[in-house]
Ligand binder design. Structure first.
Ligand code: ADP
Ligand code: MG
Length: 236
């Protein structure tokens, strides 16, 4: 059964059609990769799914419910966890406190929020950094902090928008391992990533968009060989 279904999603900004009649679905436990050249409409599609933007047309069905047009806060409480492309931690709070902000989306209890946040940080191998301020973290750990904040909301679906951008190859490997670990725990993940070897290693299936439109969908090996995909990237 699919956890997320996007049906005929279109998002216009004035005269610009950023996402154009996009349809796709993600099964429970699956990792779906969304790729495409810069400006293709990937983040806009995510923002429509997560309720940041109301779609111009189309539907978002999440866990069997039509959630089109619902706000990010309600969607978060229903199990949609997301990271943002631009990382913005609260600088004056500790790593643990930052992650607790995520946990407070689904509990009012401070102890529960703290326990959940600490568990998530342990799982991500950041347990020893929980009392640091975000400014003291490496870029890779700051990305993990973003993932931790999203995980602390206890999501059914995790949306990751270019969490590996700016990382060194060994750090990319670490984040790939973290995402694989989440998948092995049954998490459903919708991932935007520009680093091709990461998306190829992680995705069960990949959707490629260009100028807001789907140009290819399939298993990684098939997508990597597709003529339209190669052309779209060469033209970048
Ligand atoms: P990607 O994430 O694939 O790089 P985006 O979804 O960020 O692409 O952007 C798709 C297109 O929509 C781009 O042309 C971008 O300039 C435009 N766009 C994105 N957000 C807005 C916005 N809030 N207002 C106007 N145009 C936007
Ligand atoms: Mg983007």
């Amino acid at each position: 059964m699919s956890l997320l279904e996007i049906k005929g999603l279109t998002k216009q900004f004035g005269g610009l059609v950023a996402v154009n009649d996009l349809s796709l679905s993600i099964d429970k436990g699956q990792i779906l990769g969304l790729i495409g050249p810069n400006g293709a409409g990937k983040s806009t599609a995510f923002n429509c799914v997560a309720g940041v933007y109301a779609p111009t047309q189309g539907q978002i069905i999440f866990d069997g419910e039509d959630v089109t047009g619902q706000n990010p806060w309600d969607l978060c409480k229903k199990g949609m966890g997301r990271t943002f492309q631009i990382v913005k931690p609260f600088a004056s709070q500790t790593v643990l406190e930052n992650v607790m902000v995520g946990a407070f989306a689904t509990t009012d209890n401070r102890d529960k929020a703290e326990t959940r946040a600490a568990d998530v940080l342990d799982m991500l191998g950041m347990g020893d950094k929980k009392d640091l301020k975000p400014g003291a973290l490496t870029i890779a750990d700051r990305k993990c902090l973003e993932i931790a904040k999203a995980l602390a909301t206890n999501p059914k679906l995790l949306l990751l928008d270019e969490v590996m951008a700016g990382l060194r190859p060994t750090e990319v490997d670490e984040v790939i391992q973290i995402i694989q670990k989440l998948k092995s725990k049954g998490m459903t993940i919708f991932v935007i990533e520009h680093i091709m070897r990461a998306i190829m290693a992680l995705s069960d299936e990949i959707v490629v968009i260009q100028f807001g439109k789907k140009i290819c969908q399939g298993e990684p090996e098939m997508v990597a060989r597709d003529k339209n995909v190669i052309k779209a990237y060469l033209g970048e």
